[in-house]
Design a protein around this ligand. Structure first.
Ligand SMILES: [Zn+2]
Length: 481
């Protein structure tokens, strides 16, 4: 039988800094959904990569005295390294916007939009924030500066540029949103983008003069211009599938695979409106769903080097392991709203819910099963996966699913406390075995639903159950501070 298809992607992080914990959360959440789809029998195409062109990179490379390609290469390796670091699905696709096939795809995409009448040239004057790589209207500025990048001088652009007819896509977007009531998850973000489109769309510039900023993909048929970084980068979602050359793969995973895109809240406009309008202009099918994450703050403030409150995913993985990081981001960060994370809170949650919680529970149950010789060989360890969490999984509400699973951990602890199989074994062996058989079954159910979230932990629990043995080492050793 032919497997159903699922496409899922993260946004492509910009390579002017090391991977931060917010992106770790995005890619881990996408991985959870990818693994979940695999469990349900889907053939999954999972994409991530790096966004490598634009003014900001050009500036950084110049500061470092490097040519831009040499500057971006090590960053791409670092981001690729997240696949192993964060226990992401193997077989993930990694696209770089400097890949030759991506460059060719972006140029072909431009040509299609041009042929369909969505590109024109005009004189352009604007204030531009290189930090955001976005133009800024006066109403978006705070004391004449970008509110996100108050340390930066705005750039004044005054040149002839190519423009994308965003305004001509307004009606299409309104109808598309009306026809797809769950296109953006969560609802409040969908309302935000609907309001933006209802407010009227302005055409946006999609090129830069090469003489001022050469680090971009050449505009087809015009040597003097390179593409605006967003126009180029957004095409990665289909260039990664081999579009336009490999139409088989494109149709399999994009057209039929109902693509899902994960993004942070600062990407709402680009993913849910600009990119959808671009696909429409090029005559290509739209994304199925865009899922928008909140930001992670620390101690009530935005993370920043100057405040010294930046949390590094690398430090956490080194000290606590990738499974612990996945646990924390998936359970303790709100599925959609902004959340707050500090190392103190992380440490507390680790000891309480992983070392003393799940880790200790597995240890106790397997210890009793092995030392009392309980027969659990009749348990079916491949029960319908996630049968009790479908609704929340489909709504991308992962922290609710995690809470459900830890409620089960609590229930099992309570069952042991009430039934005391460790005492019963002396008086009524059969009853103690029955209790432990029940616990083994519950633990197996937990491991199956835990798999997309904490794959190695889930596999270790499964191995302990099928081979009837204790974990080789504690799942989560208690860490004292
Ligand atoms: Zn900015």
């Amino acid at each position: 039988m032919k497997k159903p298809k699922q496409y899922i992607t993260t946004t492509l992080p910009y390579v002017n800094a090391d991977p931060h914990v917010g992106f770790a959360m995005e890619i881990i959440r996408a991985d959870v959904y990818a693994r979940y789809a695999q469990l349900r029998g889907y053939d999954v195409f999972f994409n991530t990569g790096t966004d490598e062109h634009g003014n900001k990179i050009w500036e950084k490379a110049q500061e470092a005295g490097l040519d831009p390609q040499t500057y971006v290469d090590p960053f791409a390796d670092k981001f690729k390294g997240l696949i192993d670091l964060l226990h992401l699905s193997s077989g993930m696709h990694f696209v770089r916007t400097t890949d030759a096939h991506h460059i060719a795809a972006a140029q072909e995409f431009w040509k299609r939009c041009d042929e369909n009448g969505y590109i024109y040239k005009k004189a352009y004057q604007t204030k531009y924030c290189v930090g955001c790589e976005l133009e800024k209207t006066d109403s978006e500025l705070d004391h004449g500066r970008c509110p996100v990048h108050p340390d930066r001088e705005l750039e004044l652009i005054d040149e002839e540029n190519y423009f994308f007819k965003f305004s001509s896509c307004e009606q299409f977007l309104k109808e598309f949103y009306a026809q797809h009531p769950t296109f953006v998850v969560p609802d409040f973000r969908f309302n935000e983008i609907k309001n933006f489109v209802d407010g009227g769309l302005n055409d946006f510039s999609i090129s830069r003069l090469k003489s001022k900023m050469p680090w971009g993909i050449p505009v087809p048929g015009d040597d003097e211009h390179v593409m605006y970084v967003w126009f180029d980068a957004l095409v990665n979602y289909i260039s990664t599938l081999g579009w336009p050359n490999d139409l088989d793969t494109f149709e399999t995973y994009w057209t039929e695979g109902e693509p899902i895109q994960y993004a942070g809240k600062d990407n709402l406009r680009q993913q849910a409106a600009m990119w959808q309008a671009m696909l429409y202009a090029a005559g290509l099918p739209n994304t199925k769903q865009v899922v928008i994450n909140g930001f992670i703050n620390s101690g009530g403030q935005k993370m920043s080097k100057s405040l010294g409150n930046v949390i590094s995913p690398y430090d956490i993985v080194n000290e606590y392991g990738a499974e612990a990081l996945r646990y924390y981001l998936l359970r303790h960060m709100n599925s959609f709203e902004d959340s707050d994370m500090t190392m103190e809170k992380f440490h507390e949650a680790y000891n309480a819910n992983l070392a003393n919680g799940l880790g200790n529970l597995v240890q106790r149950i397997m210890k009793m099963i092995t030392s009392y010789g309980v027969d659990i060989s009749d348990i079916n360890f491949d029960e319908d996966p996630l049968s009790f969490h479908h609704e929340h999984m489909e709504a991308f509400d992962f922290n609710t699913v995690m809470n459900e699973m830890w409620r089960l951990v609590g229930d099992m602890d309570q069952f042991i406390a009430e039934h005391q199989p460790f005492k019963k074994i002396k008086e009524d062996e059969a009853a103690a075995h029955k209790d432990l058989h029940y616990l083994a079954r519950e633990l197996s159910r937990l491991a199956i639903s835990l798999y997309p979230f904490m794959p190695e932990t889930a596999q270790t629990i499964q191995t302990c159950l099928t081979e009837v043995k204790l974990p080789d080492e504690p799942l989560f050793a208690r860490i004292e501070k």
